[in-house]
Design a protein around this ligand. Sequence first.
Ligand code: FE2
Length: 371
Amino acid sequence: MGNIVSIGKPYQKTDGNRISILVVDDEEFIRALVRERLEIAGYSVEEACNGKDALAKLSASLYTVLLTDIRMPEMDGISLLKEVTSRYPEIAGVVMSAHAELDTAVSALKIGACDYITKPFNFDVLLITIENSIRKKALERELQDYQVNLEKKVKEQTDLINQMYIRSIDSLIKALEAKDFYTRGHSQRVTMYSVAIGKEMRLPQEQLETLRQAAILHDLGKIGVREAVLNKPGKLNDEEYQEIMMHPEVATKILGPIPYFRPLLPAILHHHERFDGLGYPMHLKGDDIPLESRIMAIADTFDAMTSTRAYRTALTLQTANEEILRCSGTQFDPKIVPMFIGVQGRIEILGDLDDLVLPDGHVDKIFAQSG
Ligand SMILES: [Fe+2]
């Protein structure tokens, strides 16, 4: 019995060390006989005279094995097994059937019984059948635990790999900041404005998160632009402008191989498209431009206008807003411009940009994750 006890442990009744079996049969004589033999074998046994009686006992106590007859008044063995497999899947169901009921016994297996034994039976065979059923249930449980653990492990490893990716992108961002001091403050403000617009548009949380991360990384591709071009005080020549225009594609090339960042790529690639189709890199037009990019385009331009850059001083808020409104329908999506103007009013009233950041914290959570 030692072996059986150890396998059956998780299913044992709490009031003792013995494995518990519920014997269900409408014939008292059979119940008594089975009970006696099972008790001699070391099991703890209780009896029920039909399916209903069994369900009442199952709701009150834990059992490892349900040994049930098929034909019984009130509720037969098949109906009982259906209930038991759905309500108590950890219990090993064993059917006692007459030869004539073999088809029914097979259908009992199909609905989840572990095994069946035909009457009249040899008690040694009954014991082996019960032992095997207990073992089968224990293995099923072990397999389930293994699968759950495996899924957990895979998730842990995936999280770890993603952390490593984020760390490496963080290094690139730091390298870009070293080249172009203006970038980080810009990315943070673009993120704040973009998320504020997204919230004003009542975007779902998942899309807001994509927007937030894409906005943080939107200018990452500038890592591929020469420092002299990034910080040039005067007007850019054609060649330099071409170099700058490559930055959305450079960003997608850097981030593309990393599955974690893939959902952000369309938003980043198209953040310099224009609503009228005159933008870059693909001259997308109107709603063909990803919504996140249309939002970021307004936030990006507004921040560029209201910040002092190497080549010019900042415009006033009013002038910048007038420019955004003037370009509504040409450069910018005319449905989004009013949202931005509306949100901006609130920023001024609140006087606190952080209030418009996602409730889960700082705009650059992605950086924090890597640290
Ligand atoms: Fe950009």
